[in-house]
Design a protein around this ligand. Structure first.
Ligand code: NDP
Length: 241
């Protein structure tokens, strides 16, 4: 039987690319979305991948939603914690709501989604948890204190959980993308975007498929000795500052 993979925030952007790559690698894939943008009808029609609607940062909703996925597809072997948001602004002007929305969605979702699946993975002796961080969680970014804190938190979560589960056949890794061409970037003013691209040694934004391929590899049997890693894919931006 095919292994089952769940990708949070998989209705569009990087998550949709990851879902397609995992499907191509032979996994039975489910994606989640929250419904803030548009219904993932086109994505479902194109791929046949079922999309489930729930808030990836709400523990009770995750318990319920994952029960449904397990009933329909089977136990979860691969979890990709991809769902994330930005709410940018300088910290000296930031309010609590802007801070906590980003920490809640990006970091609480790690607990809410992972806690219901971890014991099954440990019991079965196989699991792959792949968390999407960001270059800005590694190096910090002006105007993104909330986002950078949440994505640095994802790295700590990954490393500690990797240690706890290494002997149980469960690997836990992180991918830290640089700027990737998705809806998340579409909100950035063109003059700001061209400044960002100017700081990327590769001279371009990354592509969704370039992140999806890393995740598909980390989900594979071949990646069984990789755990607690942070795989950076940022066109050299981290080194450039
Ligand atoms: P998009 O904004 O294009 O898509 C975000 C996805 O997450 C959507 O499917 C959205 O669902 C879903 N989502 C958001 N909040 C929730 C929630 N509470 N529960 C469930 N699903 C949710 O983002 P990207 O594809 O650009 O980014 C994906 C990940 O990669 C994020 O974690 C992001 O921080 C990270 N990243 C992105 C970079 C980039 O340059 N794009 C760079 C580095 C990291 P819906 O469609 O319903 O809104």
């Amino acid at each position: 039987m095919a292994r089952v993979a769940v990708v949070t925030g998989g209705s569009r952007g990087i998550g949709a690319g990851i879902a397609k790559a995992l499907q191509a690698a032979g996994f039975d894939v489910a994606v989640t979305y929250v419904g803030s943008a548009r219904a993932p009808g086109a994505f479902q029609a194109e791929t046949g991948i079922k999309a489930y609607r729930w808030d990836a940062a709400d523990p009770a909703a995750c318990e319920e939603g994952l029960k449904k996925v397990v009933a329909e597809l089977g136990p979860v072997d691969v979890l990709v914690n991809n769902a994330g948001i930005v709410k940018d602004g300088f910290f000296h002007k930031m309010d609590w709501a802007t801070w906590s929305a980003v920490i809640h969605t990006n970091l609480d979702s790690m607990f809410a989604m992972t806690r219901p699946v971890i014991n099954g993975m440990r019991d079965r002796g196989f699991g792959r948890i792949i968390n999407i961080s960001s270059v800005n969680g590694q190096k910090g970014q002006m105007g993104q204190v909330n986002y950078s804190a949440s994505k640095a938190g994802v790295i700590g979560f990954t490393k500690a959980l990797a240690l706890e589960n290494a002997r149980r056949g469960v690997t836990v890794n992180c991918v830290a993308p640089g700027y990737i061409d998705t809806d998340m970037m579409a909100g950035i003013a063109p003059e700001v975007l061209s400044g960002i691209v100017g700081q990327i040694p590769a001279g371009r934004l990354g592509k969704v498929d370039e992140i999806a391929a890393i995740v598909a590899f980390l989900a594979s049997d071949a990646a069984g000795f990789i755990t607690g890693a942070v795989i950076a894919a940022n066109g050299g931006q981290y080194m450039a500052g």
